[in-house]
Design a protein around this ligand. Structure first.
Ligand SMILES: NC(=O)c1ccc[n+]([C@@H]2O[C@H](COP(=O)([O-])OP(=O)(O)OC[C@H]3O[C@@H](n4cnc5c(N)ncnc54)[C@H](O)[C@@H]3O)[C@@H](O)[C@H]2O)c1
Length: 274
């Protein structure tokens, strides 16, 4: 396979960012953090206090020369502390933020869509969608993001089309994408801050692999997509472009990063069962 070497263009030189959701080296956010560092950004890493206990994030922090500020993304006070401390650590306003947070107890417990537990559903909404609004609202209130800054959240195509095994996360991702449009309007008007979602291919991470039938679906998507599934590393590269000034007029979009999957009806590999 041809290996594409992405050189260090210093695309993010001098930029300051906050990256959530790096749990372990498989996490999409982990790759984003590594690449932001390579491209000259300084970053603060954040995750839920419970995820900190696993300790892996410390390795990432030392590798990327960054600080860690724990924050539960459902807790507004924690998010306020995150933005205030990050500005102190980084020495000024923030240029980019990655929301890479997702969790569904209904999925974890294999509860079918027709029998969802509503307490779990509410928790999933809070963690995976409202947290994005909270992050944006705190940044907006504190005026913590520089003009033309960029905020990206990760999403999945089940927000547009039905994937029965994705259960409540499908509805939650639809909400997440809507928040990007709605907040993108207000933040764009006031500070030219851009807000987008990236709709990523199935990716072998803790969150991804927790979905029932994930392996089979991963193979199916691989066969449908003309370019194959996009990896976590590919996703990180795409996020970098959105954090850079090269995309300064892109906002309020849901951007598919899926090797062509979302616009392919059927492929020969599927038809011929290869
Ligand atoms: N893996 C896939 O197939 C795939 C595909 C499309 C989109 N996504 C999305 O990408 C994002 C990142 O997921 P990933 O696949 O890298 O998996 P991951 O499990 O590595 O990351 C999920 C992160 O969410 C964090 N989190 C959970 N609850 C939190 C809370 N209350 N406060 C703060 N952080 C919390 C976890 O600690 C973890 O770091 C998610 O939004 C996910 O839905 C994943």
């Amino acid at each position: 396979m041809t290996q594409i070497i992405i050189m260090s263009y210093q695309l993010l030189k001098g930029k300051k960012g906050i990256i959530s959701g790096a749990l372990d080296s498989n996490s999409i956010a982990w790759k984003v953090a590594e690449k932001c560092h390579e491209q000259g950004a300084t970053i603060v890493l954040t995750n839920a206090p419970i995820a900190m206990r696993m300790g892996e994030i410390k390795n990432l922090a030392s590798k990327t020369n960054s600080s860690i500020v724990p924050a539960d993304a459902t807790n507004v006070e924690d998010i306020e502390k995150l933005f205030k401390e990050s500005q102190q650590i980084l020495g000024g306003k923030i240029d980019f933020v990655l929301h890479s947070i997702g969790m569904s107890i209904n999925i974890r417990k294999n509860i079918p869509y027709t029998e969802l537990n509503y307490d779990y559903f509410m928790k999933g909404i809070d963690v995976s969608a409202l947290s994005f609004h909270k992050l944006l609202a705190v940044a907006y209130k504190l005026d913590a993001i520089n003009d033309y800054g960029s905020v990206v959240a990760l999403t999945y195509a089940a927000a547009q089309r039905t994937y029965p095994f994705y259960t409540d996360m499908a509805d939650i991702k639809a909400m997440l994408e809507s928040i990007a449009r709605s907040f993108g309007y207000h933040y764009g008007k006031r500070n030219k801050v851009r807000v987008n979602t990236v709709s990523q291919s199935p990716t072998k991470t803790t969150a991804g692999s927790g979905i029932k039938g994930f392996e089979e679906f991963y193979d199916y998507a691989q066969k449908i997509s003309p370019l194959g599934n996009a990896t976590a590393e590919d996703c990180a590269n795409y996020c970098l472009t959105l954090f850079s000034d090269l995309t300064k007029m892109v906002t309020m979009q849901n951007l598919f990063h899926d090797g062509g999957y979302s616009t392919t009806g059927v492929s020969y590999e599927i038809l011929n069962n290869k």
